[in-house]
Design a protein around this ligand. Structure first.
Ligand code: NAG
Ligand code: NAG
Ligand code: NAG
Length: 609
């Protein structure tokens, strides 16, 4: 039970309203189609190249303009979404060991208790197609990820090589879809499976997780994405938007980003090439989305299906002098598209209230008719369908977003670069009246931006200029960086359990000066690439659990050393001059040979679990 009066009132309404929405006229629970892209930005206008979403989901749906990924990196962001918990509570904090990776997710037992299993318990069939998370690969594919009735996953390291699509269906020997483009294979599989689901008569939850517009990562480096050949001529001359923070002449940033030189012409050309190829790579995805929506429409299922569109995190191209990549606390990397259309969702409306990926699990469970008290106790987020409820039910005072990171910060160019120990804690405050970004880096440097006056996050406000504001944001970060459950949803109430403070504006009252000045500063002992409790103390409240009760902590501490196997199937060309149906694509496909399956697996045999 959530202890706050305002919340229990909201909850009662939510449960009633959700239960009413859960079964539509036909008596069948609504389906959920989750369209989940990889590295797709919101702020660099990538949605312009996806009219399936803007014309057919957004116009008829509800847009969350201030939706944030709580960690700007694929694997930890996906685990946070699927478990409904911040990365500091899953301790899957990076794409590889020791911080994270697929094997850490499995070893910690979190794969036995996550979103697909919860939806199955609610009567849904569950399907996943495409990229799940990093280091699910050709060396550990054979135990299919748990929870899915149908799991057809891309295998590492080929996930990021657009013309070497290799999938494993339900743990079967991997199939190499030679001479096909990855997005075309994904589309053919998605179309075929959607027909199967519609014919099944059971309510279904289906995630289609494209890799586009992610960079191509292969043995020689990080490259702009490789679109299907039929799209490679599109948008000639298209350049990365010259936002105010694109390659700024003056750089006022802490940590390694602060040391970056101005981008030279070749770096700018790479940034522009990346931008144009991302727009091209999205065209295959756009065709797929249109076709899936057409199928739902023709089958009369569109109005009984929630369509959810998002991305694991955002992307920057030249902002703050970083040529290409994610992994930073700034807005381009963390503010992501999040749009829902479906039964009972208002059409063409939007909200500025902040939300984030840990809110998605409770929201989808709400769509499936799972009452709040039946949801897992460890969820850190809130049901976002409250956001379109009438005043009085819709929350008014949500304003904090937790954002965090541990590990290497990669510059995604051919030559790479970046820095280890790109570790920081961030809190964002988003309200109608004000907005701030406050970060504390593992170097103990801090940065504070007024995101209303300085939306491009260029000019930090020094401590001396706003000591009261700094003291409040330090306290808020002290709470959010280790929050769980209610302290994530209502951090101001955690700081003020007697009530009276539910926003930053309330907390700025000078009568609280002594309290805030008495609290310790957020600190890191050293720059580590993973979460170690001792390294990140102090916390507020003092005793925090980091979700340890809800996962097998012992199984992953220390021993875990997974790695991605070598590329054994070489790239043989560029494909996709025309889109072909699955039968034709399958005719060319073959299974991987024993030789192609020899890899350097992770250190642990997942079969023993
Ligand atoms: C950060 O500050 C804390 C508290 O003052 C100190 O103990 C710690 O050594 C500092 N860490 C670094 C990386 O400078
Ligand atoms: C998180 O994982 C790291 C690396 O395996 C481990 O050393 C650490 O103790 C874990 N932290 C928590 C809070 O479980
Ligand atoms: C890696 O990808 C780049 C960009 O598409 C391509 O030019 C290069 O040939 C690829 N490398 C290998 C080893 O296939």
């Amino acid at each position: 039970m959530r202890p706050f009066l305002s919340f229990s009132v909201i909850s009662t309404f939510t449960v009633l309203a959700t239960a009413a929405a859960a079964v539509t006229a036909g008596g069948k629970k609504p389906n959920i189609l989750f369209l989940f892209n990889d590295d797709q930005d919101l702020l660099l206008d990538s949605l312009k190249y996806l009219d399936s979403v803007t014309e057919r989901v957004q116009k008829d749906g509800f847009t969350f303009e201030n939706h944030y990924a709580t960690i700007s990196l694929c694997c930890p962001s996906r685990v946070a979404l699927l478990r409904g918990q911040h990365a500091h509570n899953t301790n899957v904090t990076y794409v590889s060991a020791p911080g994270g990776g697929y094997e850490k997710f499995v070893l910690s037992g979190q794969d036995k208790d996550y979103l697909p299993q919860w939806l199955k318990a609610a009567g849904y069939s569950t399907s996943y197609l495409g990229k799940l998370m990093n280091q699910y690969g050709y060396y550990n594919y054979d135990i299919a990820p748990k929870g899915w009735d149908h799991f057809d996953g891309l295998l590492d390291p080929y996930t990021y090589i657009y013309n070497t699509p290799i999938f494993s269906l339900n743990g079967a020997r991997p199939r190499y879809y030679q001479r096909s483009h990855q997005t075309d294979v994904l589309r053919a599989k998605a179309v075929s499976h959607l027909h199967t689901l519609i014919n099944s008569g059971q309510p279904w939850y289906f995630t289609v997780a494209a890799v586009a517009p992610h960079q191509q990562f292969n043995e020689t480096g990080q490259w702009p994405p490789v679109p299907a050949t039929r799209h490679q001529h599109l948008f000639p001359g298209l350049k990365a938007p010259r936002t105010k923070n694109f390659n700024p002449a003056v750089q006022r940033k802490p940590s390694w980003v602060g040391q970056l030189p101005v981008m030279d012409q070749s770096a700018i050309d790479f940034a522009d090439d990346t931008y144009r190829r991302r727009a091209q790579a999205l065209q295959g995805v756009n065709e797929m989305f249109h076709e899936l929506l057409d199928i739902l429409e023709a089958a009369g299922e569109l109005e009984n299906t929630y369509i959810v569109f998002s991305s694991d995190h955002g992307y920057h191209i030249g902002q703050h002098r970083v040529v290409a990549g994610k992994m930073l606390p700034y807005k381009e990397d963390t503010n992501v598209p999040f749009i829902i259309r479906g039964p009972g969702v208002p059409r063409g409306q939007k909200t500025q209230l902040p939300s984030n990926h840990v809110d998605i699990a409770p929201t989808l469970l709400g769509f499936a008719g799972v009452a709040e008290e039946k949801q897992p106790v460890f969820l850190d987020g809130r049901d976002l369908s409250d956001y379109w409820k009438p005043a009085g039910i819709a929350p008014e005072k949500v304003e904090t977003v937790n954002i965090e990171f541990w590990g290497f910060g990669l510059i995604e160019t051919a030559t790479g670069g970046g820095q280890s120990g790109n570790t920081y804690k961030t809190v964002r405050v988003v309200s109608k009246e004000y907005g701030y970004l406050y970060s504390h880096w593992c170097t103990n440097e801090t940065e504070l931006y007024d995101t209303v006056a300085d939306p491009y996050e260029l000019t930090p406000i020094p401590v001396e200029a706003a000591p009261r504001l700094h003291s409040r944001l330090n306290a808020l970060l002290l709470t959010t960086k280790s929050c769980e459950r209610d302290s994530c949803r209502n951090p101001w109430s955690t700081l003020h359990p007697d009530g009276g403070v539910s926003t930053l504006a309330d907390a700025l009252d000078p009568k609280f000066d002594a309290f805030y000045e008495s609290l310790p500063r957020v600190a890191f002992r050293e720059c580590l690439n993973y979460l170690l409790k001792e390294n990140e103390a102090p916390f507020y409240p003092k005793n925090v659990e980091f979700g340890e009760k809800y996962r097998d902590k012992e199984a992953t501490d220390g021993l875990f050393t997974g790695s991605t196997g070598p590329v054994r199937v070489p790239e043989v060309g560029n494909f996709g001059d025309k889109y072909e149906p699955l039968e034709v694509i399958e005719e060319r496909a073959r299974c991987l040979t024993d030789d192609e399956l020899v890899g350097t697996a992770g250190s642990v045999d997942l079969r023993s679990l």
